[in-house]
Design a protein around this ligand. Structure first.
Ligand code: ADQ
Length: 464
């Protein structure tokens, strides 16, 4: 598969809240996925500048980095609070992750959500034309396509949802659920991480709008056709594997080894977010030390979790909870020369993390709900094929659909976590190699480039 899927005349216009503008943000998944196509098609990336101003303009500022054009816009404090912290992260994020209990349904938030979606639609209309392929990312912009269509936009426009689409009755908890879903149907292609998400969205559209599935798998909603596409995101697996043996990785691994001594490393790497199941994971490790005193002093668990969106109350609470739990576990089980759990509330460079993954005997990826989870894939890519570590993966991560050779566990069950860690630490080399080989083959085949091509191919046949 080649770039032929995007007609040469068609420029890619990507829209996401955060972009890869600035060197340091270019290492991540989306940037790797989109950069080449953007550069090859003289493409444009539209997003938030990261700045909050008293009187932000409705326009975007253009800049250029290594062949990729950016159009970045600013938010006001009210827009940031209402659109980003409010509707996006206190309504959509919790509900889509099955946490209706954490949602804050404040009607003022929705007004800012509409305002920012309108602002971005206006920027797209100014900066793009009908021959461009517009690819919108994530839950911040569910309405953007619909606003564009209302204003007469006829160009190709697709959307990828990075987070889960929940069961219909959960989605219905959002007061504006019908408007949001109608908004989604204005896109030509809607990409979803896993089959469960697709089934949930299809069921919702059938029940709510009488959507009809067509022989080609597209859905007809109010006379428009929308293609729901199963399109699991991947990583740059070969790039990550290389990074894991490079100098910064080795240096980070050496630093951690000094602390570990002969002990086996169990690692966790997550943004600090309530969807990631961190307290349950810590309890699982406590359960392990409770059940198996013979493992005391033999295993060290290191959790890396930089705070995210720290202004939102739930995140501050989570931070306190983790501080208390790790203190308790070290107090209960630790010894003069052994700290059972280390919890580092900061981020590390991607290259360093690759080295830490490679050093680990096991990786705990135990979200309570996750669109995909790239850490699971990165851990596998970073392993030494001759002596690979073992992935312990939540059944509720989108990645579990593809990564069946991991030890799949229920993240709410601390005894299951404890037993899986023991099994991982004691797993014979043959079995570790066998599981790893199958997992690696899968993530190498369905990598980030495969993902982008799969999405772009779905545009073929869409009439602009
Ligand atoms: P996230 O919820 O951010 O992404 P994830 O898929 O795990 O979750 O990606 C996190 C990325 O950040 C990984 O590349 C990881 O290496 C990095 N990272 C995590 N903790 C870090 C740390 N402490 N220091 C440095 N880097 C760290 C959303 C969805 C996911 C979906 C992705 C992509 O919630 O389900 O997989 O988008 O679609």
């Amino acid at each position: 598969m080649t770039e032929q899927n995007i007609p040469k005349s068609s420029r890619l216009v990507a829209v996401s809240n955060r972009t890869a503008a600035g060197e340091e943000s270019r290492a991540g998944g989306l940037a790797v996925a989109l950069w080449d196509t953007l550069a090859d098609t003289q493409g444009l990336w539209i997003g938030w500048s990261g700045r909050i101003l008293d009187f932000p303009s409705n326009r975007a500022r253009r800049s250029e980095e290594d062949g990729v054009e950016f159009a970045l816009t600013d938010y006001s404090r009210d827009q940031f609070d209402g659109f980003y912290l409010g509707y996006s992260n206190s309504v959509l994020w919790p509900v889509m992750h099955n946490r209706i209990d954490l949602a804050v349904f404040d009607s003022a938030f929705y007004r800012f959500y509409v305002e920012i979606n309108e602002k971005f639609a206006e920027i797209v209309r100014r900066q793009a034309d009908k021959t461009d392929t517009v690819w919108v990312h994530d839950y911040h912009f569910l309405l953007l396509g619909d606003i564009l269509r209302e204003e007469g936009w006829q160009g190709k426009c697709g959307f990828f949802l990075h987070i889960p689409f929940p069961a219909p009755e959960v989605f219905r908890a959002i007061p504006e659920h019908r408007k949001l879903a109608r908004g989604l149907c204005a896109y030509d292609v809607v990409g979803l991480q896993c089959r469960k998400d697709l089934a949930n969205l299809a069921q919702y559209l059938e029940e709510e709008f009488g959507a009809e599935e067509q022989p080609d798998g597209k859905f007809k909603v109010d006379g428009r056709l929308v293609h729901l596409l199963h399109c699991p995101i991947g990583i740059d697996s070969s790039g990550f594997a290389e990074a894991a043996t490079a100098e910064p990785a080795a240096r980070a691994a050496t630093r951690l080894s000094r602390f570990l001594g002969e002990r086996d490393l169990v690692i966790g790497v997550d943004r600090m977010d309530y969807s990631k199941g961190l307290p349950q994971r810590f309890e699982g490790m406590a359960d392990l030390f409770d059940r198996y005193p013979e493992l005391h002093g033999k295993i060290s668990f290191t959790q890396i979790a930089p705070p995210s969106r720290s202004v939102v109350e739930e995140y501050a609470q989570l931070r306190e909870q983790l501080d208390a739990l790790s203190g308790r576990i070290n107090g209960d089980y630790g010894d003069l020369d052994w700290m059972p759990i280390r919890y580092l509330a900061r981020g590390y460079d991607r290259e360093e993390i690759a080295g830490l993954y490679r050093l680990a005997k096991a990786c705990l990826v135990t979200p309570l709900q996750d669109g995909m989870n790239l850490v699971a894939k990165e851990f596998i890519a970073a392993q030494d094929p001759e002596d690979p570590g073992v992935l312990i993966l939540s059944q509720f991560a989108g990645a579990a659909e593809q990564m069946k050779e991991a030890l799949i566990i229920n993240p709410y069950d601390s005894s299951a976590i404890a037993e899986a860690v023991k099994q991982a630490i004691e797993m014979p080399l043959d079995e570790r190699r066998d599981r790893w080989q199958k997992l690696y083959t899968n993530i190498a085949e369905q990598d980030i480039h495969w993902w982008r091509h799969r999405f772009m191919t779905a545009f073929e046949g869409v009439q602009a």
